[in-house]
Design a protein around this ligand. Sequence first.
Ligand SMILES: Cc1ncc(COP(=O)(O)O)c(C=O)c1O
Length: 393
Amino acid sequence: MKSLNLGLVNSIAMKVYLDNAATTKMDENVIKAMLPLYTEDFGNPSSIHSFGRKTRSVIENARKTVAKLLNVTPAEIFFTSGGTEADNMAICQSIDTFGITHVISSQIEHHAVEHTIKVLEKAGKIKASWVNIDSKGNVDLTHLEELLKNNPRSLVSLMHANNEIGTLLPLKEVGELCEKYNAIFHSDTVQTMGHYKMDLKELKVHFVTCAAHKFHGPKGVGFLYIHHAHKITPFIHGGAQERNMRGGTENVAGIVGLAKALEICNNEMEEHQKHIMGLKDYMKNALLNAIPGIEFNGETAHDKSLYTVLNCRFPNHPDAEMVLFNLDILGIAASGGSACSSGSNQGSHVLRGLGIEMERPSVRFSFSKYNTKEEIDFTINKLTELFSVKEKV
Ligand SMILES: Cc1ncc(COP(=O)(O)O)c(C=O)c1O
């Protein structure tokens, strides 16, 4: 703690959680909906007695709720252990089922997608092409079309919103391109599910993924949407659960929590969008005024950027690598990259992929409905103080 003025530490007034792209606090109404599944309604949904029948019907109701919110049929929703499993299932099993030999993706995908594709390529199952992206993380659609033209019947895997920088993919446009070249289209929608209304019937996407913990639901549960005309083989074997598509006793409470969380998000979406967009704009403008030289990684305009994420590139600092640590000491939780990779010291593969100067500290702040303007003011003040410290003490 060399550059941090101890006076700042002593003045900690609150704990601020601005790492909502990593995970979110659960909504109390979600917890309430889940509790009976741990107490009186604990039956195994595969059991044929009344305890089992009860939890079976609870799962099917949750599936109906999710399907209705996305304008698809319940038969197209398959519950999983979360986003990583759903991404793996979509990629591995669509390649297997449809005999795909070429995959198009980008170098700034979440590791659940990027690593999976690289493993398959190393095993000689596919050849991967990486579509060009610009310095803000936008996919070059002309290059995508070229790749599709040269490799018909590819699998395209491109995320809806980048979890580190927030840049959005024009899902509809990419879906139409995929349709034109007879490609299979998977989109990792883990960061956007629950944050935007989605009509999957309108979008020409065959697989989308979800993780409940990104929208005030429980951890360890998600789903894969599989378009009815693109049925794939199972990824996990060993049981008849999820209509023979995913062996293993279901996470019943988690599934109920997921459906409840998605329902709450959809019901309250406009209000929360407005609140969170307001916080993001406020923080962005205040930082621009307070910290000369600050820039932002990825897009920041509302129509091009996930409204829950603001990735700041700060000016050079004597202790650049200590910024996140200093923020933590001050009570502010943020992230340098995705939570999954923050244990590694290689830096963010996303920022590297964009050609961002890695010497300057970049911090991802991500917001939720529970954040307040007071918390943002606190964070802005602490950042301003941190970046006005020029000399090591
Ligand atoms: C874009 C994206 N995809 C996939 C995942 C993985 O989801 P889960 O943690 O549920 O496995 C995450 C989580 O950080 C994510 O942000």
